[in-house]
Design a protein around this ligand. Structure first.
Ligand SMILES: NC(=O)c1ccc[n+]([C@@H]2O[C@H](COP(=O)([O-])OP(=O)(O)OC[C@H]3O[C@@H](n4cnc5c(N)ncnc54)[C@H](OP(=O)(O)O)[C@@H]3O)[C@@H](O)[C@H]2O)c1
Length: 276
């Protein structure tokens, strides 16, 4: 029985991924901001009568909450075999996290950076630790702009670009971490899960959603890919890889830029150093 932590596992790709792992008899910890929704997900997962489910309350909107949730994991578990950084949001309006970061950058990326850095020692205790980041083909629109990490520094907000920035940051973090983990038993890889029918499109106008829905795939498809990245022997020596469902795995020039990845890693460490 392997121990797997998935952020945002009460719905969408996260829940489908938890379902895959539970069906295989693993111990899955679902890290969700809303405990009531997490309880419903737990009930659903327990209906498969295999594996084990725990809940941890995690609100990626707050670095202090991330710190506390990670500390509670460190106190209560001996190792983590697979860490799936899945939770994410897409928002058309400029908002700030509790710490003042632009919300998509803060929730999708920076909070996961802190989460991962805090939990890395536990992943290193596993026989073959796996860290899997949900990036997106939308990273193609992204760039890294430290001058607008904070919401009050943003002058012209574009929700789609900002989402792309956060997904580029996910991919670059995966690459930087992979480089640091070279010659260890832990790997770091990222994926574009395809256009997936989930609640992420909840803020789209209904008519737009109806059109987009025609092209969306069910969450079970990326869930199977994540399971494969976690446990299939063909992934044993893949580190710093990026794969894609539905579309070719195209990486932007920025996503291939290792110096950009290293710089973002160092900048992010400085932003969260208070908690490390
Ligand atoms: N769906 C797609 O087409 C697509 C394409 C490319 C990449 N992705 C990526 O795949 C990942 C999963 O997306 P999905 O499609 O499954 O979306 P989803 O159905 O909207 O699920 C997102 C999950 O993230 C959680 N979440 C949001 N804000 C959070 C916060 N502040 N703290 C903790 N959890 C938070 C949500 O919790 P609540 O239920 O409480 O809101 C939910 O569990 C995301 O990283 C997304 O960027 C999705």
């Amino acid at each position: 029985m392997k121990t797997i932590i998935i952020t945002g596992a009460n719905t969408g790709i996260g829940l489908a991924t938890a379902t895959e792992f539970i069906k295989d008899g693993h111990h899955v910890i679902i890290a969700c901001r809303n405990v009531q929704k997490a309880q419903q997900a737990k009930q659903h997962l327990e209906s498969f009568a295999t594996g084990k489910v725990d809940i941890i309350q995690l609100d990626l909107n707050s670095l202090e909450n991330v710190n506390q949730a990670a500390n509670s994991i460190i106190e209560n578990y001996e190792k983590i075999d697979v860490l799936v950084n899945n939770a994410g949001l897409m928002t058309p309006t400029l908002e700030a996290t509790e710490d003042g970061y632009e919300k998509q950058f803060g929730v999708n990326y920076l909070a996961h950076f802190l989460w991962t850095m805090k939990l890395l020692p536990l992943v290193q205790k596993a026989e073959r630790g796996r860290i899997i980041h949900l990036a997106s083909m939308m990273h193609l629109l992204g760039s890294i702009k430290p001058e607008i990490f904070k919401a009050d520094q943003v002058k012209q907000y574009n929700g789609v670009r900002s989402y792309g920035n956060s997904k580029l940051a996910n991919l670059l973090f995966s690459n930087a971490l992979a480089e640091k983990l070279e010659s260890t038993q832990v790997t770091s890889n990222s994926l574009h899960p395809g256009g997936v029918d989930s609640e992420i499109y909840r803020e789209l106008p209904k008519y737009q959603y109806k059109v987009i829905k025609l092209f969306l795939i069910p969450p079970s498809k990326p869930a199977k890919l994540i399971n494969k990245i976690a446990f299939d022997p063909s992934w044993n020596h893949r580190n710093g890889d990026y794969v894609s469902l539905q579309t070719p795995a195209m990486r932007s020039a920025k996503a291939k830029d290792m110096q950009l990845a290293r710089n973002l890693y160092e900048q992010s460490l400085a932003l969260v150093q208070h908690y490390l």
